[in-house]
Design a protein around this ligand. Structure first.
Ligand SMILES: [Mg+2]
Length: 209
């Protein structure tokens, strides 16, 4: 299942090992309703995707591209919420609610195929790491959700200083694990951020989802 040279299996988190439950657009709708805004869930979903792409484009155009920090990650989500709710006056309180919501373990549920792969990696005696574009909230929730809690190492972009697909993201993880690219496998659901980027960094890759 894993390449013979593999020493550590590095998992993307969202969409690979866990997914939001309820879905993102449902959680946004519920938070907005608490503040008196009633938006159609399909409309929220469409606006969320556009807002997310806008923030990715900003990071791609930055110098250097895809550098990040705790402040930048919080600003990303604040801007996305403002875009989704069209700069409504309640946007900052809705954002605060959602920031707390997605930082809670019960906002996430395990994805069985990902959980099976983590188990297989552990059974094979391989090091297991998480490497996510999620921010430092990941450190709080990872110990509380299976299979995230089975990982030996947790890396979050805001703390590494780089987001996927930056090659620096991968190089920093290599240094932290003390491994070379050919000893590492990236398992992920995103064709560009995980699979293409992992390949460019010289890692083995395993698409999932
Ligand atoms: Mg993902």
């Amino acid at each position: 299942m894993f390449p013979a040279a593999a020493q550590a299996i590095v998992f993307d988190v969202v969409g690979t090992l866990v997914e939001p439950a309820p879905a993102v657009a449902e959680a946004y709708r519920a938070a907005a309703l608490r503040h008196g805004i009633d938006h159609d869930v399909a409309d929220i979903d469409r606006r969320f995707r556009a807002a997310w792409r806008r923030q990715e484009a900003l990071d791609a155009a930055a110098v250097p591209p895809f550098a990040t920090s705790g402040g930048r990650e919080r600003e990303r989500w604040r801007a996305i919420v403002a875009d989704v709710f069209d700069a409504a006056p309640q946007r900052d309180t809705i954002f605060d609610d959602l920031w707390v919501h997605f930082g809670r373990p019960d906002a996430w549920r395990p994805i069985p195929a990902g959980r099976d792969l983590v188990r297989a990696a552990r059974d094979a005696g391989l090091t297991v790491a998480l490497a996510s574009n999620f921010d430092e909230r990941l450190f709080e929730i990872a110990p509380l959700i299976e299979p995230l809690s089975w990982a030996d190492h947790v890396f979050a972009s805001s703390e590494l200083g780089w987001r996927k697909p930056a090659v620096e993201f991968f190089r920093t993880v290599e240094r932290r694990l003390g491994r070379s690219p050919t000893e590492l496998v990236l398992v992920g659901d995103d064709p560009e951020l995980d699979i293409a980027a992992g390949r460019r960094a010289g890692w083995h890759v395993l698409p999932i989802g």
